[in-house]
Design a binder for this molecule. Structure first.
Ligand SMILES: Cc1ncc(COP(=O)(O)O)c(C=O)c1O
Length: 408
């Protein structure tokens, strides 16, 4: 047995692997999975709220009626019948989608990877939001881009900042955005910012990559048009059934013009030949009829109640100087902590107190976000959310005391 744990292949790895680092969120899932830890970390949909009898009926009907197809290879683009259903789902948010322009992917996550594969050369600049979805950073970073980070505020991406950067000569390959109920920031892009972004990118001939997993999880506020509906020719759209049905079936999709689409299909076939026919049929069946609408309305009612408990608990237990966003949908509250707190350093103490969150640094490629944390309200019960926020509040009081004693 080797005396030291040295990797014998350390000199062999491709350069792109140096951009791959273990996501802080993933590492936390293992800790948070310990039953007594209240996890406000992972954005896991509350699939327990789906009615078991309906899910069983869907599975049984697919396997009894279509096993020959379900157990077979499928086509790289995904079945036409499913693409039609997914186009219907997009119509719920007012977006017209042609199933011919669509490829079914293994979750939206594969869409992010495939777009990266097709569009990013090493050294290319891509514009992202700051903060940005950590899984997008993982997917893109494997293709060795440089990032142009555009800040967010309560109206979503600050498009003026992007415009300034373009005026100064920046030429991003594409602009990546999560306009609805942002992960991690919880904010939604305003109508005027959407118009501005779409016009700016059209003019500059820079494609937009719109990632919209949470759009149908709206608690309040007006429906804003998708970027894709504002400019079908310059927006590549990513969707998923993970948050409206199940992340376990791993069904997402990308919508793109024919040049990009063809390349996405080739890249997808190289990665996995085709998606899972079984899971595609389950999704198609789940989305047929109207039962899914009632299930979704129920899920949304569970999430909004949890959001309310989280906001009330934050107001009660978090210290002066902390601020947070008020999401109108989705899963996440983004907290700005007092300057003296290092959320990453504090995580171990939080886990000791049996509560977990994601430190803000996970969401920036440049190490910013030390004084931020993402709290997810989707999975724990209301009691556990309140208890978890209380534990964090106590920990923050201790941090404050320590800071005051050290600064005399
Ligand atoms: C913004 C965003 N994009 C993509 C994904 C990946 O979703 P999927 O389960 O469809 O791969 C997530 C999952 O949390 C997400 O929050």
């Amino acid at each position: 047995m080797a005396e030291f744990n040295v990797d014998p292949y350390v000199d062999l790895y491709a350069r792109r692997t140096s951009g791959m680092s273990a996501s802080e969120v993933r590492a936390l899932f293992a800790v948070a999975a310990q039953g007594d830890v209240i996890s406000l970390a992972g954005g896991m949909p509350f699939v327990q709220a789906l009615p078991t009898d309906h899910v069983l009926e869907v599975v049984a009907s697919v396997l009894s009626e279509r096993a020959d197809i379900a157990l077979q290879y499928g086509v790289g683009q995904g079945s036409a019948a499913l693409r039609q259903r997914l186009a219907m789902l997009m119509a719920e948010e007012g977006t017209l989608a042609d199933p011919e322009d669509m490829i079914v992917t293994t979750g939206a996550q594969q869409g992010l990877d495939l777009v990266g594969k097709v569009l990013i050369d090493p050294g290319d600049v891509i514009a992202i939001e700051a903060p940005a979805y950590v899984g997008a950073l993982s997917a893109f970073s494997a293709y060795e881009p440089r990032y142009l980070q555009v800040d967010l505020d309560d109206e979503g991406m600050i498009v003026d900042q992007l415009e300034d950067a373009l005026l100064k000569g920046a030429r991003p390959k594409f602009v990546y955005t999560v306009p609805n109920f942002h992960n991690p920031a919880g904010v939604t892009m305003s109508g005027r910012r959407r118009e501005h972004l779409v016009a700016l990118c059209r003019e500059a001939r820079i494609p937009i990559l719109e990632d919209n997993p949470y759009g149908l999880l709206r608690f309040e506020g007006d429906l804003e048009p998708t970027l894709r509906s504002l400019d079908p020719t310059n927006v590549i759209y990513l969707g998923t059934v993970s948050k409206v049905f199940s992340p376990g079936v791993r069904v997402g999709w990308a919508l793109a013009g024919s040049g990009v689409l063809q390349r996405l299909v080739l890249a997808k076939e190289a990665a996995d030949l085709c998606g899972s026919n079984l899971n595609m049929l389950l999704t198609e069946r789940y989305l047929s009829g109207d039962t899914w609408r009632g299930n979704l309305a129920h899920l949304v009612s569970v999430y909004v109640a949890r959001r309310d408990v989280m906001l009330a608990s934050l107001a009660e237990h978090f210290p002066n100087g902390a601020t947070w966003t008020r999401p109108a949908g989705g899963f996440y509250v983004w907290v700005r902590l007092p300057q003296y707190v290092d959320a990453r350093a504090m995580l171990a103490a939080a886990v000791d107190r049996r509560v977990a969150y994601v430190p803000g640094t996970a969401f920036y490629p440049d190490g910013r976000g030390r004084d931020r944390m993402r709290l997810a309200f989707c999975h724990p019960t209301e009691d556990r959310i309140e208890e978890g926020v209380k534990r964090l509040g106590e920990l923050l009081s201790d941090e404050e005391e320590l800071y005051r004693s050290l600064s005399g």
